[in-house]
Design a protein around this ligand. Structure first.
Ligand SMILES: [Zn+2]
Ligand SMILES: [Zn+2]
Length: 283
């Protein structure tokens, strides 16, 4: 039932149908993006980034928490989300915990656009603004690489160590934008946060693909239409653009053909449709 694609160094595994369910795991980064379904393989991952509180993105979170217990995970997962929904999500999980007499504990982290937190190792995640009728966020995963400042690069090791001990600022930090995630948003999110278009891999919603939904209707629901990605085709610097959250108006086996016909080839060759397996459709 799960879809798996490879985008550069990253595996993206999960399910995504616009308005129905979305959850994508990126094991190399130790991340799950949204929790609209609860595949067992995602329960092994300790950090979940939630884009917003619509149930097609968070509805399976309680199930995912339950499966973690079966995996022998004893510490609560870290759940990153828009700051505005932390109390509501806690309240919902408290009610479910009382009902099943088993705690669904989470380590909740509320973020606002521009906030930045450490994930693990040299990875950080930055929140960016998205535009939806409810509080929502996009995320950019950044690898922070520390390097010796150029003026110190010729120094012998012991001298570098001594200067560092003395508290001298020897290092510069370089942020490499590894992966970005933006779903359930007006396309203007891509204009306001150019780092989305510069990340090595961009995972972006493309709910509507052709005239079956008008651009105006797509915008009224705060969703992205393929016309809007095509308009911006020259702006994507990403190595790969993974398009997901495709509406059930489109059969999975017709999506690649629509992209082939409509998307300029320079962008199309970097674009990866993330749609359900046809064999499991409608699922
Ligand atoms: Zn959605
Ligand atoms: Zn939504």
């Amino acid at each position: 039932m799960l879809t798996t694609v490879t985008a550069g160094p990253y595996t993206i595994r999960g399910v995504s149908v616009g308005g129905v369910y979305t959850s994508l795991a990126v094991p190399e980064l130790g991340l799950v993006l949204d929790a609209g379904v609860s595949p067992r393989s995602a329960a092994a991952i300790d950090t979940i980034l939630l884009s917003h509180g619509h149930v097609d993105h968070i509805g399976a979170l309680p199930a995912l928490l339950g499966i973690r217990a079966l995996h022998g995970k004893t510490s609560p997962p870290r759940i990153v989300m828009p700051a505005e929904i932390v109390d509501d999500l806690r309240g919902a999980l408290d009610a479910l915990s009382r009902m099943q007499r088993w705690p669904l504990a989470i380590d909740a982290i509320g973020m606002r656009p521009g906030d930045d937190i450490a994930l693990r190792g040299d990875l950080r995640v930055r929140a960016v603004r998205t535009f939806h009728p409810v509080p929502s966020l996009g995320y950019v995963v950044v690898r922070r690489v520390s390097k010796l400042r150029p003026e110190f690069q010729g120094l012998p090791g012991p001298e570098i160590a001594a200067r560092r001990r003395a508290g001298e600022a020897m290092l510069v930090h370089e942020d490499r934008l590894e992966l970005a995630y933006a779903t359930d948003t007006l396309v203007t999110a891509l204009d306001h946060a150019p780092e989305l278009r510069r990340a090595r891999v961009l995972i972006v919603e493309c709910t509507f693909l052709d005239e079956r939904k008008s651009l105006d209707a797509a915008r009224a629901g705060c969703h992205i239409h393929l016309d809007e990605l095509i308009e911006r085709a020259a702006q994507f610097e990403n190595e790969h653009v993974v398009v997901m959250h495709v509406s059930q108006l489109y059969r999975p086996d017709e999506v690649a053909g629509i992209l082939d016909r409509r998307v300029p080839s320079e962008l199309r060759r970097r674009m990866i449709p993330f749609v359900p397996n046809s064999a499991s459709w409608p699922g």
